[in-house]
Design a protein around this ligand. Structure first.
Ligand code: 13P
Length: 246
């Protein structure tokens, strides 16, 4: 299956950075992998208007379509301005905004309702890994945050070990392989053949220097990139590594 390289800009980025998005889009004229950038909300519309080769996404949405929820944005509002993917359940939101698996599931359903693709993030903390609970944590997160209907079109799963995010620490290849193979097995046993092509991204300190090795690991179908997606030259190198690995 084709790989997906998605950039999560988090709370970084201003109007000037549309220039970087255009540069990445130009590079992706003939890339073999799929590419997406999820900038902060205020850039989504302009980013969408300025791109033709890459997809634009969002980093969060509300569970409802509309209502008296000051400061919130719905999945439908995001798709209206061009978001084709929406990240849900990122560990920063699970931590900073007390988002539970139940909330993540409702958000995933909201993304599906709006016709976009949900990038559902799961991953263990360092304490959980040390206590050898990684696979049980992943299982619980998938059981509770994924809805009844999951297809390769409506859902991407992102495995992001919390301890690897923004730290420069990357799990050993065997650890990534084990987690991704476990996730693949869970999807197959829960959703059957239809889930066979659901992409499983790795996220956490992906850089231009380690992307090639990460993309060579079985069941790694792409990456969710934070810090390195803010530097267009680095992000383009990661895109090249993904294309070359296919
Ligand atoms: P970094 O690539 O900065 O570690 O962030 C990963 C991440 O959180 C992507 O969602």
């Amino acid at each position: 299956m084709s790989k997906l390289v998605a950039g999560n800009w988090k709370m970084f980025g201003n109007k000037d950075m549309i220039y970087d998005i255009k540069k990445i889009d130009r590079h992706c004229n003939d890339t073999k992998c799929e590419v997406a950038i999820c900038p902060p909300f205020q850039l989504i519309s302009a980013a969408n208007e300025q791109t033709k080769n890459i997809k634009i996404g969002a980093q969060n949405c509300h569970i409802n379509t509309n209502g008296a929820h000051t400061g919130e944005v719905s999945a439908e509002m995001l798709t209206e301005v061009g978001a084709e993917l929406i990240i849900v359940g990122h560990s920063e939101r699970r931590q900073d905004n007390s988002e539970t698996n139940d909330i993540v599931k409702l958000k995933t359903e909201a993304v599906h309702r709006a016709g976009a693709t949900a990038i559902v993030c799961i991953g263990e903390t360092l304490e959980e890994r040390t206590a050898e609970q990684t696979l049980s944590v992943l299982q619980e997160q998938m059981l509770k945050s994924l809805p009844k209907k999951v297809t390769p079109v409506n859902t991407v799963v992102a495995y992001e070990p919390v301890w690897a995010i923004g730290t420069g620490l990357v799990p050993a290849a065997d650890q990534i392989r084990a987690a991704h193979s476990f996730i693949r097995g869970f999807l197959a046993s829960t959703y059957g053949a239809e889930a066979h092509d659901v992409k499983i991204l790795y996220g956490g300190s992906v850089k231009d220097t380690n992307a090639k090795e990460i993309f060579s690991i079985s069941n790694v179908n792409g990456a969710l990139v934070g810090g390195a997606s803010l530097k267009s030259t680095d992000f383009i190198e990661i895109i090249k590594a993904a294309s070359n690995s296919m």
